[in-house]
Design a protein around this ligand. Sequence first.
Ligand code: GAR
Length: 197
Amino acid sequence: MTKRVAILISGGGSNMLALAHSMTGDHPARPCLVLANSADAGGLAKAEAMGIATAVVDHRPFAGDRPAFEAALQQALVAHSPDILCLAGFMRVLTEGFIAQWQGRMLNIHPSLLPKYRGLHTHARALEAGETEHGCTVHEVTPELDDGPILGQARLRIMPDDTPDTLAARVLPLEHTLYPAVLRRFTDGDRTPIYLS
Ligand code: GAR
């Protein structure tokens, strides 16, 4: 049976697009929803242009009440019956209660070679630490931030003249290759990590 994938975004949605474009032909999944936590998320229009249903659950009216935000999020999601959630640049921290509802069915992409550099400003932190390698990770979402079983990593060598911006620009295309590859394998029920170098 074809699996239904909801993709959660906060920004431009380039990873969302890579995932959505990959789900064609004999791919065992199809996108059923692109959901953003802000109506300003640039990815929404791109999803609409592809004919994918979209939804917005703005976190701001729920300031200070994360469970209420997540209840609204859950309601918007279940209306589209997803089997799998893909966080793709979704910049809200989720609580244990929300994650429990999707555990084993929720993936995230993070712009570092986890377990290094959980959280924000990953490119700047890798440079400051004098790393020679950097990259991105797709992992299952568990209650600990940017933790959970690793399903894939892609890496590159840091160049002497790299800045946080050049690194981000070089990591992003790796994300666009890695995330669809992991989603396809995951949809087939295979959690063997994919390592791209
Ligand atoms: C991506 O680089 C993704 O790895 C990162 O946000 C960017 C979203 O870009 N995610 C995180 O930092 C999550 N902690 P996109 O909207 O173009 O896909």
